[in-house]
Design a protein around this ligand. Structure first.
Ligand code: SF4
Length: 394
């Protein structure tokens, strides 16, 4: 089904879903501003001056939108809040302080987890103080790499010494720290990757996301004239670097719990886990989308950028598989049964049996193994083929 224009009455779609009385939903807030664009970035973000009035206009709109969604969807609990970007830290301590005060005033109670993405180059003492006072527990810092040559090839300023100078106060602030690191970067080899991971571990992050660099169409990296083109890795080398990174993190005590995410025990991202389990969330901001599902009928609504889409039971089953199998726990089997009135193992029995036989599906739960996750897309293709065939028979 296509997207329709979202008008105020569209919020009443929740009525059709039978979820008008009380609802719990996480909240994602998108701050789409950055100091400059990185060469690989295909996220929606705009490079502006920090003093640009458009940031303030955007925040004013954001405030209205947060209230509109909380009230319109009758949200009575917000278990997690995630402020992502762009670079939320780029807008500065003063604006963030105001955002946190606003959230404290309008949210129904205190969230269990509040996370903000920060760019180390825009972190200073005022910003850390604002985060602490604003109830932020997790800081997710985009490091990508400490290596100067790789950073330059990504269009990221500074080298290891500048990063360390920014990270020391960040790590001493009493927050749970999460780092984003990347593999398959130009000029990265095994030794550079090992040094990146060792440098990150100095700060005792509780969580690390390890992303394989993707060359996305339309980004400078995909341009034939990209200056560092020869330093990009073949898909085989890229896969091997990521696996080496994974093994180093696991050796250091971080367990993989999702395709790209590793954590110390108990320090997994609750907010992201809620997406992967397909729990309800509100999305506020440019390109942010929200999804609300009626647990009793297995249908839902997704809204984004002023438009909305009703999600059918079939679409939601597909999405539940797609999101759930990203994690080493697999989809939430109990919720699957409640929403869709069928057991997950009855929906894709052949795929599960075949993948278990190959040792790529856990013997004890409905979830891929670590090696199974490396070929997640192939697994999902098998799931959807089986699902389509069984739906045609109905
Ligand atoms: S900081 Fe993040 S959002 Fe901003 S341009 Fe770089 S990758 Fe994109």
């Amino acid at each position: 089904m296509g997207l329709h224009k979202l008008s105020s009455p569209a919020l009443a779609q929740t009525g059709k879903l039978g979820i008008t009385e009380q609802m719990e939903a996480s909240l994602y807030i998108h701050i789409p501003f950055c100091a400059r664009k990185c060469a690989y970035c295909d996220f929606y973000s705009r490079a502006v001056e920090q003093s640009a009035p458009e940031i303030d206009r955007y925040l004013a709109w954001l405030y209205e939108e947060i209230v509109r969604q909380l009230e319109g969807f009758h949200i009575t609990r917000v278990p997690t809040v995630y402020i992502g970007g762009g670079s939320p830290s780029f807008i500065g301590a003063r604006r963030l302080e105001a955002l946190f005060k606003f959230l404290a005033a309008v949210l129904p109670g205190k969230p269990d987890e509040m996370t903000i993405e920060v760019n180390p180059e825009s972190v200073d003492d005022d910003l850390l103080a604002a985060c602490a006072a604003g109830g932020i527990q997790r800081l997710s810092a985009g490091i990508q790499t400490f290596n100067g040559a790789s950073r330059a090839a990504l269009g990221r300023p500074g080298g290891a010494s500048e990063l360390h100078a920014r990270l020391r106060p960040l790590a001493a602030g009493g927050f749970d720290i999460s780092f984003d690191l990347m593999t398959a970067l130009p000029y990265q080899n095994d030794a550079v990757l090992a040094a990146d991971i060792e440098s990150a571990l100095i700060y005792h992050p509780v969580h690390i996301s390890l992303y394989d660099l993707c060359v996305e169409a339309g980004t400078p990296l995909a341009d034939p004239s990209y200056q560092h083109r020869d330093a990009l890795h073949s898909p085989e080398d890229a896969a091997s670097l990521w696996i080496k990174g994974r093994d180093m993190l696991e050796k250091a005590g971080y367990h993989q719990y999702e395709v790209s995410n590793f954590a110390l025990p108990g320090k997994e991202s609750r907010h992201n886990t809620r997406y992967w389990r397909m729990y309800n969330w509100l999305g506020v901001g440019t390109t942010a989308s929200g999804t609300l599902i009626d647990d009793n009928t297995g249908s839902g609504v997704r809204y984004a950028d002023g438009a909305e889409e009703m999600l059918s039971r079939t679409t939601l089953i597909q999405e539940t598989l797609m999101m759930g199998f990203r994690t080493l726990e697999g989809p939430d089997a109990e919720l699957f049964m409640q929403r869709f009135q069928t057991d997950i193992t009855d929906v894709i029995p052949q795929t599960l049996a075949a993948w278990r036989k190959q040792g790529l599906l856990s013997a004890t739960k409905t979830a891929l193994t670590r090696n199974g996750l490396l070929v997640l897309n192939k697994f999902l293709a098998d799931c959807f083929t089986e699902l389509d065939a069984s739906l045609m028979l109905q």
